[in-house]
Each structure stands twice: as C-alpha cells, then as structure tokens.
Design a protein around this ligand. Structure first.
Ligand code: CA
Length: 425
C-alpha cells in the first residue's frame, strides 16, 4: 500500500487526533538524556523512531554511508526526492500493524522506539538561507490599510509578484527557544528624535515555511514545473516582529532589525509527499501572472492553523486566531520560482517563509498587529482580566497546524516560544 493510504495502521496505537499517524512520518532531529548525540528520528503517535538505530540494524539503508546518525537532516535531504520517497516507504512498512519485522522484535523496539516526552528536539536542518514572503492578500491588505491608504491598500506590484525579502538564517531557532525582547532604535511619528529602547510592540507572525530539498545552480532559474522537486517538506514558522522598530527602519529597503532577532520553527518536517492528498485550488489569480509564474492544478494546501497565547501568570492559554493556509494568494512553487528568476541559487535546508497567514475575518488574523488593529482593539484573554495589544514579558505563543483527513490528521506539532525581558545593558 502507498504510505498515504488512509487504511494503513501501525502496531503503535495512534489516536485519531494525533498529529503523527503512520500516514505522516515527519523527520526531525532529537537526542535523549541517555544518548545525547543528535540524530534523525521519525514521529509516530507518542513515540520517536530512532532512524540511526534502524539504519544500524540494516533495516533502512539509503546509501553506503550512514546518513541518519547525524546532527542535521541536510545529508539525508541532499540525497534527493527518490531517496526521501523510498525511505518513507520503508519506514511506513516497518511501522505497519501487519509487518512483523520490527513489531515482533522486542529488543529492537525497546532500542528504537522512544517515548516522545523523553526526547529533546533540535533544529532539524542547518539553515544557510532564510527568505520571508508576504503572500496573504488579506494580511497585505490589512497592513496597507493601517499604515498607508485604505483605498489603495495593496501596492501596485503585489498582484504581479510574490513580494519577499532575504531574512537572517543565523537566528532561525527551534520551537521552545526563549525569545529575548529586542532593543532597537524607535521613533514614533510624534517623536522629535529617535530613541534607543526596548521594543514596545513585540508581535508574532503565524506562517508556514517550506524547506528547500535540492540545491539549484547559480544563474539557473527553477522552472515552475520543476518547483516541487526542490521542496522537501514544511514546518510551522513564527516570524517574531518588532513593530515599532520596523516602522522607523523599514524605509526604503524593508525589514532589518525588526525581524532579525529570532524566527522560530517547529521541529518536525512534514514531507511534501505526506501533504500531497491535501493540495487544493488556491485563490483565483487576477490579473494572470507573467508566464514564468503560471501553473495549473491544485497549488494551495488545506492546513488548519491555530495560535494561542498564555501569559506567565495565567493558568490556561487563549486561542486567539484560527485560519487556514489554503487562503494564501501566491503558491510555494511561485515563491520559489520567483526567488530564482534572477539566477539566485538556493541550498538544501533553506527556509522559505510564506508570510503571515491571515484570513478574511478578524478572528482569523495571523498577527497581534491585525488582531488588535495596532492596539486600537486590545484582545480579551480567557482569564477574564488580561488584555493584549502586543506581547508582554513572560507571554508564551504557541502555533499548531494540521491537515484533516478522514479519521486521521497530518499534523505539524507545535512551534512555541516565551518572551524574556530585554537586555537593557
Ligand atoms: Ca513575516
């Protein structure tokens, strides 16, 4: 059976609302207290399958040299799409309820299957490039209405190309990493002079990202029909943003320090192959894009997304946004193709952020900037007394995402981060 077949089941019991059924099999990097070396694992239900152990037992050999006893996924990803697909097929077979090899080998199971609460997750890839797009029409419209002209909220280029900028790879961090409130230069429109201060308008941005799976050659644009051969998988991404720093610094070259201090990603990379059943038609593109951006068929992905916020003193988190990735105007293929149209090359492990995912209704916006309308409408949290316009110290932001199948879901787990106070001296 195909690894995506909804009828497949594992000998590991997996709840219907688990993010990690046998149809998912996302890749990540983990370690344990007993074995602190970082290595490749696959999530299955509440367990992690240690691929270094499986490889050493000769049950998963994708090339002559071991590729799973490594601290990043880069070497495995670099082997290319046919190898990712073959590996996923073999892992699916090993975990099947009707496949005895691992199921009936008690000693190997004890070594290779580790309860998820015992593992520490790490950055899945070494990231050499991070690019952030701006592909939600609703988000771009909201920001344009707030800061420019409500009647002409979208700038003239927006419907013709996927707007983006080159971010910082060095500060892409894994979920759970503490996020320090940035210091920076701020100047409100009414201030006479800029000040050096802690960011007072700290925000999150709900995004997805795709991970580049193959390097392209400098000077060789990727054609739209080949774009998916260059994508390994997807993660949740929180593009932390300092709105007050951004407002003063961004003219004329775009975001700089407002975005460079941290970008968090979820630790499990869900493969494009696992997502394949959830591709759907994206929004109609009018005007028709230039020919190098034209594509046919389903290019959006139906991924339900949620953001929750929990102040340090609160006993519970409040879900503050629910939206869906399928609303994105520009597809991932169009983003990648446009990125390389100049001849710019991409590398294995590069992170391509989608841009903030905002829906059409106020409860589906993907940032506090929009949810509180730049502080004009503070959000009420579920403890009944707290409100938020922007993030406060101690706040934890968590994002989740999943594709809902019939009786199972292909989930991304979680990306979370807690705000720590600014380092003022
Ligand atoms: Ca962003």
């Amino acid at each position: 059976m195909h690894p995506n077949d909804p009828r497949l089941s594992s000998f590991i019991s997996v709840d219907a609302d688990s993010d990690f059924p046998i149809q998912n099999l996302p890749f990540g990097i983990f370690s344990t207290h007993a074995h602190p070396n970082k290595r490749v694992g696959v999530a299955i239900g509440e367990f992690v399958l240690d691929l270094a152990v499986i490889e050493a037992a000769d049950l998963l050999r994708v090339q002559v040299n071991p590729v799973f006893n490594q601290a990043t996924l880069n070497s495995f990803i670099a082997l290319g799409k046919p190898v990712w697909q073959e590996a996923r097929k073999k892992i699916s077979e090993l975990l099947r309820a009707d496949h005895p090899r691992l199921r009936d080998d008690t000693a190997l199971r004890a070594k290779a299957l580790i309860p998820m609460h015992e593992v520490q997750m790490h950055m899945p890839m070494q990231v050499s490039g991070y690019t952030d797009f701006y592909s939600s029409r609703e988000h771009a419209t909201n920001v344009g209405m707030m800061f420019r002209d409500p009647a002409n909220a979208l700038l003239p280029n927006w419907l013709h190309l996927p707007v983006g900028y080159n971010g910082r790879a060095s500060s892409v961090v894994v979920s759970g990493t503490e996020i320090r409130r940035p210091m920076g230069q701020v100047k409100a429109p009414t201030d006479e002079a800029p000040r050096y201060a802690a960011c007072a308008k700290l925000d999150f941005e709900l995004e997805m990202a795709f991970i580049v799976g193959a390097e392209s050659a400098l000077g060789q644009p990727i054609k739209i029909e080949h774009a998916h051969d260059f994508m390994f998988g997807m993660v949740l991404l929180n593009d932390w943003s300092a709105r007050d720093i951004q407002q003063w610094e961004y003219v004329p070259l775009g975001p700089f320090n407002a975005k460079t201090f941290a970008t968090s990603i979820s630790p499990w990379v869900v493969t494009m192959d696992a997502l394949e059943p959830f591709f759907v038609e994206g929004p109609k593109q009018e005007p028709q894009p230039l020919s190098y951006l034209q594509q046919s068929g389903a290019q959006g992905v139906d991924i339900a997304l949620e953001v929750s916020l929990q102040p340090q003193a609160a006993s519970q988190a409040t879900t503050i946004s629910r939206t869906n990735f399928k609303t994105m105007y520009w597809s991932m293929a169009q983003q990648l193709v446009h990125h390389t149209i100049s001849g710019c090359n991409v590398n294995v492990g590069d992170v391509m952020g989608s841009g903030t995912v905002s829906g059409g209704t106020p409860d589906s916006y993907g940032s506090l900037l929009e949810l509180s309308w730049n502080g004009q409408r503070p959000l009420q949290l579920e403890d009944g007394k707290s409100t938020r316009s922007f993030l406060e110290d101690g706040d934890e932001v968590s994002m989740r995402g999943w594709c809902q199948g019939k009786g199972y879901r292909i989930g991304f787990g979680e990306v979370k981060g807690r705000i720590s106070p600014a380092k003022t001296s």
